[in-house]
Design a protein around this ligand. Structure first.
Ligand code: GDP
Length: 329
């Protein structure tokens, strides 16, 4: 059974706080909400530190949003996650507790929290269903982020159970798109490979470096698709269990590297660095529940990569700082 509210939630005329609006995900959500009849509220980092409980509570009491989309998080790729465990754990736990509790106190009518498919067990059955959460050990390279995000999901469940808050969560697969962080060491794989392939093209190099063996498989979702799915869930979903958001398609890292090379126009080869970690062998989300709720992905990887590369070219190498937001690990 997929729980649908008796009546859709009406965004028309509502005040929606997008926490983390400068990150890739928050910015995409704000762009998408621009097509609904709602007022979008944001708070810059210098105005509000989302890790501070008192400050967040005071801000929410003043701003009185009807809806909160919690898209703020400390995020990064496999190496960033593995090398900055305290930040990934502390920042994310602090943001979640401050915003979820503050939203409850301020009488927020609907809150949407974002997990990530990387918080499922490392060896979860594929494709991963929502019910597989907490059924096995985590992938060690992102366990810090995963523990924090699992706590966030559970916070939403707990506030729904104890206080009757309409707080829901969603579980996006690996994300990419405009506004991503471009940093060869700290980024997720798509921006990292776009950056490396682009630099290799300019330098007329023979190859660019790809971490690991190339064998792991990943599913990639364009952030504009994600934003569309999130708005759909805000309106049409109200239940404890999280909802996976993906495309249903997976590619190996080797195939991805070749696709990126083609997108960028780099004619050389890829060089695998097997001293770098592979991470999870596979992470494919089962999106049957989302399909039953009436949403399907509309942006394929080829055209999505082109839009990501176009954004990268337009913004050169000045993409936003790692800790500003965006999602998945
Ligand atoms: P993950 O899905 O949590 O493992 O996040 P990432 O996006 O960081 O990595 C996905 C996969 O891409 C892993 O198997 C990485 O080893 C591989 N990969 C290959 N080259 C790179 C790279 O330059 N940067 C990153 N972050 N990952 C890479």
């Amino acid at each position: 059974m997929t729980a649908m509210p008796e009546r859709p939630f009406n965004l028309d005329g509502s005040r929606v706080f997008v926490a983390g609006h400068r990150g890739m995900v928050g910015a995409a959500v704000a762009r998408r909400l621009g097509r609904e009849g709602c007022e979008i509220l944001t708070a810059g980092r210098n105005e509000l530190d989302l890790r501070r409980q008192d400050a967040v509570e005071a801000w929410l009491q003043r701003a009185r949003p009807d809806v909160v989309v919690l898209a703020a998080a400390t995020v990064g790729g496999i190496l960033a996650n593995d090398s900055r465990p305290a930040e990934f754990l502390y920042d994310n736990l602090a943001i979640e507790t401050a915003v979820v509790h503050g939203a409850h106190l301020a009488g927020v009518k609907k809150l949407l929290f974002l997990g990530s498919t990387c918080i499922y067990p490392r060896l979860a059955p594929q494709p991963m269903k929502e019910e597989h959460l907490l059924t096995g050990p985590l992938e060690p390279t992102n366990q810090w982020y995963a523990v924090a995000k699992i706590a966030g999901l559970k916070l939403c469940e707990a506030y729904r159970r104890q206080y009757g808050c309409d707080f829901i969560s969603a579980m996006p697969t690996n994300l990419y798109g405009p506004g991503d962080t471009y940093d060869a060491r700290a980024s997720h794989v798509i921006p990292a490979l776009i950056l490396k392939a682009h630099r290799a093209k300019l330098a007329r190099a023979d190859s660019f470096e790809v971490w690991g063996t190339g064998a792991p498989k990943r599913e990639f979702l364009h952030v504009d698709d994600l934003a569309d799915a999130l708005v759909h869930l805000l309106v049409h979903y109200s239940a404890e269990e999280t909802v996976n958001i993906g495309t249903g398609e997976e590619v190996s890292i080797k195939q991805l590297a070749e696709l990126v090379a083609k997108t960028v126009g780099f004619a050389g080869s890829v060089a695998f660095d097997a001293t770098k970690p592979d991470g999870s062998p596979r992470k494919l989300a089962d999106c049957a529940k989302l399909a039953r709720l009436g949403w399907r992905s509309g942006i394929d990887l080829k055209s999505g990569l082109k839009s990501a590369y176009d954004w990268f070219l337009a913004h050169s190498e000045k993409a936003g700082p790692l800790r500003e937001g965006g999602l998945t690990s």
